[in-house]
Design a protein around this ligand. Structure first.
Ligand SMILES: [Zn+2]
Ligand SMILES: [Zn+2]
Length: 132
């Protein structure tokens, strides 16, 4: 069984994930750009039961474009988000791929919100599904 650990920047908030992610995606939406401070986000999803969170966190909730709620768990010391959840998908935990700091992490299969994609960004790969 594969185990991977994501941490915040200071390291006190951790997510230990069991098994491979069920979905890895890139998102170009403006909310993800704001969350990451980057031009796009990469996140991996696991069944909630496969993710164990430890450490101190604060929670922030926002309403998405579709009107559902997204809940973010972030470190109160360094500010990094380590896990987030969609109220419409209560059994799934999403983890920012950068929090694993692992360049060998499985690549994305989906690139979503491409209508918001910066023109210079290209998500490459044979198996990638591109969606607006
Ligand atoms: Zn931290
Ligand atoms: Zn997004």
């Amino acid at each position: 069984m594969t185990f991977r650990t994501a941490t915040c920047r200071c390291g006190q908030l951790r997510a230990t994930c069991t098994g491979d992610p069920v979905r890895v995606s890139v998102c170009h939406c403006l909310a993800c750009q704001k969350r990451t401070g980057s031009a796009f986000a990469v996140q991996a999803r696991w069944p909630k039961a496969n993710v164990e969170l430890s450490g101190e966190f604060r929670e922030w909730t926002r309403t998405t474009d579709s009107g559902s709620l997204a809940i973010y768990h972030f470190c109160p010391h360094c500010g990094a988000t380590v896990a987030f959840f969609g109220a419409g998908m209560p059994d799934v935990t999403a983890i920012p791929v950068g929090a694993f700091a692992d360049p060998s992490f499985p690549p994305p299969r989906f690139s979503v919100y491409e209508e918001r994609k910066h023109a210079w960004v290209a998500i490459l790969g044979d198996d990638i599904e591109h969606m607006d």
